[in-house]
Design a protein around this ligand. Structure first.
Ligand code: NAD
Length: 367
């Protein structure tokens, strides 16, 4: 067995239908008397329900969270936090609402209770991001990691199918990279395999029956596992590419993860035999066809299949490849600019990654 380090964060997880009904007790357990509820405008109805459940423990709702945590929103929210003397933040929603709470906590050390309603996994990580003058700064600080996470599947039965399956693919990507990142370890490998198995099986079933509570519970369980992996170990080339495509070219977060993932697995294939074996076992595919099988999953889910579908221009691919080799992350296969350019070309075209190493044998390249 290889030597490893394992960092875990102290976090209470409350999982189950209607578990938000105990929100007041969770706030009191943190010794908080002035909770501020944070949501995006679209989740105001659920935010109001939480505000009601909190009664005199709530100091109100900040319903203006938006994607990518603009600094202006952080400043507005901080002003309210100071004014009402909030001593806990209740973030209800996806990565956007939770991201705003993290940005506030980064400056104030106020604890967060997260109530995720998508599958992107931000609630389980110490990773924060703030966008200023068009640039998204990110960092890692244990202070922003939510102290309590409430997973209530009832809140997700109305999550639109498209957001459900794309944020679910985002969670699969966390699990995949957790299998081969530099600081991977046996515990995270177990969690990642279970996450991939759970999400691969359940995402198509959400499309058939989006309001089924059992299906939504399984999906939320898978997303918890994905978030745990992302929050415990570093990521690799896939997350770097998605960060570039989102940050510098404005591509949508979850859809970009879904499009790029099969091509990064394809690129890394010859360097990740153990991870490939685990992924194949989790999804029931042949090892050489893991990338293709994840591509087939996305196709079955009816989500965008190429960077062109997401609005990237072909002339942007050169710049994206340039950016990928600057401050690059760890990756099991060395980062080679011309091969990354090739990977991006494949992702731009959106053709199925077939078994075989297309990043060595140029004769096999997709036309
Ligand atoms: P999101 O929070 O942006 O939500 C997407 C949309 O879904 C929003 O319009 C939201 O109002 C709506 N929505 C959420 N829950 C709903 C529900 N139950 N019913 C109906 N609509 C609902 O999406 P996301 O994918 O969760 O988060 C993306 C953001 O999170 C990105 O900015 C990304 O960078 C960040 N993120 C951060 C981390 C981290 O560890 N820091 C991890 C993953 C994602």
């Amino acid at each position: 067995m290889k030597p490893f380090n394992y960092d875990s964060y102290n976090c209470r997880v409350v999982f189950g239908a209607d578990s938000i009904n105990n929100i007041k007790a969770e706030v009191e357990a943190l010794k908080s008397k002035k909770a501020l509820v944070i949501s995006t405008p679209g989740r105001l109805d659920i935010a109001k329900k939480i505000d009601d459940l909190l009664g005199d423990s709530s100091v109100g709702i900040f319903p203006d969270a938006v994607q990518h945590v603009p600094i202006e929103t952080v400043e507005n929210c901080l002003e309210i936090v100071d004014k009402v003397k909030a001593d806990s933040l209740i973030a209800i929603g996806g990565g956007s609402a939770i991201g705003l709470a993290k940005a506030i906590s980064l400056q104030s050390a106020i604890p967060i209770i997260a109530i995720p309603t998508t599958y992107s996994g931000s609630e389980m990580t110490p990773i924060w991001g703030i966008t200023e003058k068009g640039q998204k700064k990110t960092g890692n600080d244990p202070i922003v990691k939510p102290q309590v996470v409430i997973y209530d599947p009832v809140l997700t039965t109305g999550l639109p199918k498209h957001i459900s399956v794309t944020s679910g693919m985002n969670a699969i990507a966390h699990c995949v990279e957790g299998l081969y990142t530099r600081n991977s370890n046996p515990v995270i490998t177990l969690i990642a395999e279970e996450g991939i198995r759970t999400l691969f099986a359940i995402l198509p079933r959400i499309l058939e029956n989006p309001s089924d509570l059992e299906i939504r519970s399984e999906a939320l369980y898978g997303s918890w596992l994905g978030g745990t992996v992302l929050g415990s170990v570093g990521m690799a080339l896939h997350h770097k590419l998605c960060h570039i495509l989102g940050g510098s070219f404005g591509l949508p977060h979850a859809e970009t993860h879904s499009v790029v993932l099969p091509y990064v697995i394809w690129y890394n294939f010859s360097h990740i035999p153990e991870a490939t074996e685990i992924m194949a076992r989790a999804i029931g595919s042949k090892e050489e066809d893991v990338a293709g099988s994840l591509f087939d999953l996305a196709l079955a889910l009816g989500i965008p299949m190429s960077l062109a579908d997401l609005g990237l221009k072909e002339h942007d691919l050169d710049q994206a490849a340039e950016l990928a080799i600057i401050n690059t992350y760890y990756n099991p296969r060395p980062i080679d600019k011309s091969l990354i350019r090739q990977l991006l070309q494949y992702a731009y075209q959106g053709k199925r990654p077939e078994p075989g190493n297309f990043f060595v044998d140029t004769e096999k390249q997709i036309q």
